[in-house]
Each structure stands twice: as C-alpha cells, then as structure tokens.
Design a protein around this ligand. Structure first.
Ligand code: NAD
Length: 491
C-alpha cells in the first residue's frame, strides 16, 4: 500500500498548524483517516453556546441585508480569489482530514469555488419584477427579500463544496448563517470561513459551530424564533428528524439527502466512454458520494465486454494514503464505514452475486481501507441494491429491455441521480425523462455543476442547490399591490 509522500504530509500538517483554531474548555479531536493520527482539537460547543452564536449572526445579518447587491457580490468575488489563491493548501487539508486522494481534493476546491463565483455573479441579477393585473387596474410589484438567518448542516464527504454551496447563496441573498460542519471534517470549514473574513465578509456573519452534540444543536437552533431556514446535506434518516424539528417554527427546509443511483448501460453505448463514466460515477471519493452509481444495470449484449473492462480498471487502481503518489483509492472515512461496506458485500455474495475482484483486504493499521470490489449478477434482493453502499463496490445487474430496466431503476424510495449510457439520443432523452431522479448524467459520470440545480426527488430531498434556484432557497417572495387611479391620457 502506498504511503503519504513525506513532503506532502509535512506541507499538509503546516496548513493545520497555520489555522487559527478556537480553543475551548471541552474539546474533541479530528483524526486522519489514513493513519488514525490526531490532527487537531476543537471546542465541543454546547447548544447554549450555539444559541449565543445565533444572536451574533442575527445582528450582523441585519446590517448585511442593508448592503447593496454590489457590495455583497464584491465580497464574494474577493472570497473566490482567496480560495483560488490558497487552492493547494485547502486541497491538502481536505485530504488530511477526509482522506480522499489529493487529485480529487483539488477537483473539489475547484468545484466548491465555482459556487462562490457563481453566486457573486448571481447576486447582481435583478430579483424583482412587475406584473400587470388581469383587470388592468393595480400594478403588482414582486420583490425578493433575504429569508433571514439560515442554519447549515454539512456532511464529511465534500467538506468544502457542501459548505460553499450553502454559504455563498445565503450571503448573496443577504442572509447570515450558522454552520455546523461534520464533527469528522470541520477543519476545512474553519479554513474557508477564515478566508471569507479576510475577503471582507463581516466576522460575525458566518458562525461556525464545532460540536459533537449534533442532536442538541439542532433541537436548540431549529426551535429558535430567530432562525428562518435550515439547509441540510446528509442522510435521509437525519433529514427526517430535522424536517420534524423545522415544523416547529415553520422553517423553510432545503434537504440534500441520500441516494441510490441507477446507472444504465445500453448495448449501443460507446464501450470506453461507458467504462470511464461508470468508473468515475462509482469511484469518485471512493464511492462515498450521494450521487455514486449504486446499482449498475448492463444490457446483455455489451455485458461481457463492459464487465471485463470495468473489472480491469478497478483492479488497477492504486490504494493508499491520499497524499501518496498515484493513489486513486484512499481510505474510507472510518473503520465503521469499512465494516458496513464489508457486510454489504458479504450479504450480496451469500445471496448469489459473483465476486469478480476485491483486491487484497489490506491491514492499514489505524487507516480505514477497503479495496475496489466488483460484484456481478447481483440479485435485486441483496441489501446493497436498496441501500447506499458508500464504498468502492461496483454492483452489477444484467437486463434485457428498456422498459424493464427503467422500472427496476425506479423501484427505490430514493431519487437523487441517474446515469444513462447510449449513443442513441432518443433513447438517452426518453430514459432520462422516465427516471425518477433530480439529475441525470448522459454518457458521463460526474454531472454536478455550479450553474445547475442539484437536488433529489422522493426521499432524496427537497429544494435545489446551485443555479438560480439555489439563490431562491434563501429568498422570500413578496408582492406589493400598487393602486392606480385612471387619469386622462394624452396619446
Ligand atoms: P449524516 O446524516 O450522518 O450527517 C450529516 C450531518 O448531520 C453531520 O454534520 C452530522 O453531524 C449531522 N447530524 C447527525 N445527526 C444529527 C441530528 N440529529 N441533528 C442535526 N445534525 C445531525 O450523514 P453523513 O454520514 O455525514 O453523510 C453521508 C450522507 O450524506 C449520505 O447519506 C449521503 O448520501 C448524504 N449526502 C447527500 C448529498 C446531497 O447533496 N444529496 C451530498 C453529500 C452527502
């Protein structure tokens, strides 16, 4: 197994020591998933301390809402420039605390900063409109106002992108935020918010809460009348708890929840493109992505060649520390993740799936490693067909015809992403229309884009992030009815 490049590791540790982290009377540790070493400690804030932060953000938010759109846009542009300038340091930090290969961390920084740039631009687009009433008398003015204080809760798998995808539209709309990053990967959020402050965003406007008491945090904040909005990315299980809490103060929810993405390869697909795209959709972040291809359906005619090609690619991936040279598969987030993925693989094999490759199960010492695995002929009853795998396991099923595969693809309560590989445009669009998912990758495995509305159908979520839609999530729509008396018109 490949170890970290010592120079890269030293550079990454320098980034951690340069962070100006807060101190507290009670603290918790953040560990490197590649070797289990302690990286830093942060205050374990209580719900009351989080409520104090709400007060500060609320006050700063009143001033921020009065700033012009141009001023808000300028601050976001400056933040974007600083993120871009520090891209390599942020990428090193992401790999250190989250584990993913450095190349992928660099890609995450680029994707994440795109949201800041996009919303810097979007902040300036006219938000209101005028309408004529059908009877001609009044003029209706439609205005967009900031929704108010937003509570943001983010997961560990994309520690920077999940934060900027929420913070940037909130600031662009004129809202203050209190963000609670995952307790497993909070350092990236501290670094990003530090850069926002350097860029001129008022210090109190973005409050970062480090805590291991996620439940206490959400119970206190979501029932506080100063809060108006909750934006959450994480599991459907926690999303449902938060939706219940959000009903207390009738908060506007944005929920980016779990997925169970189907990926369909038709006989007429370009084989190389299908293998490349499937590999990307499966293996980005070691499979720990909400839009990861969870169920791979391959049509009979192309199946042998496709399975052979994908298996070869999966076998060739270099596993090791994300800071090691050439590493394509880094540790999973935790030992618990390794055992849960292992259990899903065992269950599928016991139910009749064939195990084509599983590399060596490596003893990574304190590191939480799981090798790239390919399963073919996965029965529909296998647990991994209905559960998010969240690991580097390609689970392949075969199919014969289009109508049958669409029906199987939609047989899930999730509806985040789907993928279609075919060279037939009609088929691509017809299948995309039939898939019950919020987004569809057509002949490609990485569909997300800052300019597009990302989000799920069914139990995968509510609301959208990215695009113009992502800004509206932080705005209230109001209208003024302006009475108009007829006067003599000279034409
Ligand atoms: P998780 O739901 O366990 O945790 C997400 C966040 O919620 C963390 O910050 C965690 O501390 C917090 N949390 C946990 N319990 C809470 C509670 N009772 N109240 C308030 N906050 C609570 O999910 P995870 O394991 O960190 O992330 C993986 C999940 O996130 C997967 O299901 C994945 O599909 C999903 N995800 C979805 C998207 C998307 O855009 N749809 C993106 C990334 C990840």
């Amino acid at each position: 197994m490949v170890q970290a490049d010592p120079q890269m590791l030293a550079a990454a540790e320098t980034v951690v020591s340069s962070l100006n982290l807060p101190r507290g009377s009670s603290e918790f540790g953040i560990y490197n998933p590649a070797d289990g070493r302690l990286l830093a400690t942060l205050p374990d804030l209580t719900p009351q301390e989080a409520l104090d932060a709400v007060g500060q953000a609320d006050e700063a938010g009143r001033r921020w809402a009065c700033r012009t759109a141009r001023e808000r846009a300028d601050a976001l542009h400056a933040w974007y420039e600083l993120i871009t300038h520090s891209a390599e340091q942020i990428a090193l930090l992401i790999t250190l605390e989250m584990g993913k290969p450095l190349k992928e961390s660099r890609a995450e920084v680029s994707y994440a900063s795109d949201f800041v740039r996009w919303y810097a631009e979007e902040a300036l687009r006219p938000a209101g409109s005028f309408r004529d009433a059908p009877d001609g008398a009044p003029t209706l003015m439609v205005r967009r106002a900031p929704i108010g204080l937003a509570v943001l809760i983010t997961p560990w798998n994309f520690p920077l992108a999940m934060a900027t995808r929420k913070i940037a539209p909130a600031l662009a709309a004129g809202c203050p935020v209190v963000i609670k990053p995952s307790e497993l990967t909070p350092l990236t959020t501290f670094m990003a918010v530090g850069l926002a402050r350097q860029a001129g965003v008022p210090a109190e406007l973005i409050q970062v809460i480090s805590t291991t008491d996620a439940a206490g945090f959400s119970e206190a904040l979501l029932t506080d009348s100063r809060v108006r909005k909750i934006s959450f990315t994480g599991s459907t299980r926690v999303g449902k708890i938060l939706l219940r809490l959000a009903s207390e103060q009738v908060l506007r929810p944005s929920m980016e929840l779990g997925g169970n993405a189907p990926l369909i390869v038709f006989d007429d697909a370009d084989l190389d493109r299908a293998i490349e795209g499937t590999y990307a959709a499966k293996m980005r972040n070691g499979g720990q992505s909400c839009i990861a291809a969870n169920r791979i359906y391959v049509q009979d005619g192309i199946a042998e060649a496709f399975v052979e090609g994908l298996t070869e690619k999966m076998r060739d991936v270099v596993m090791g520390d994300g800071l090691g040279p050439g590493v394509g598969l880094a540790p999973l987030i935790s030992h618990q993740a390794v055992s849960s993925v292992g259990r899903l693989v065992e269950d599928a094999v016991q139910r009749g799936a064939s195990l084509l490759t599983r590399g060596e199960v490596i003893d990574g010492g304190e590191g939480s490693y799981f090798p790239a695995t390919v399963l073919d002929h996965v029965p529909a009853e296998a647990e991994l067909a209905s559960t998010e795998i969240f690991g580097p396991v390609a689970a392949i099923q075969r199919f014969t015809d289009e109508a049958e595969v669409v029906q199987r693809a939609n047989a899930t309560e999730f509806g985040l992403a789907g993928y279609v590989f075919t060279e037939n445009l009609d088929r691509a669009l017809n299948v995309a229309d039939s898939l019950q998912t919020g987004l569809v990758g057509i002949n490609q495995g990485v569909p997300s884009n800052a300019a597009a509305p990302f989000g799920g159908l069914k139990q995968s979520g509510l609301g959208r992030e990215g695009g113009g839609e992502g800004l509206e999530e932080y705005q209230e729509t109001r209208f003024y009815n302006v009475a108009r008396r007829e006067t003599e018109r000279g034409n």
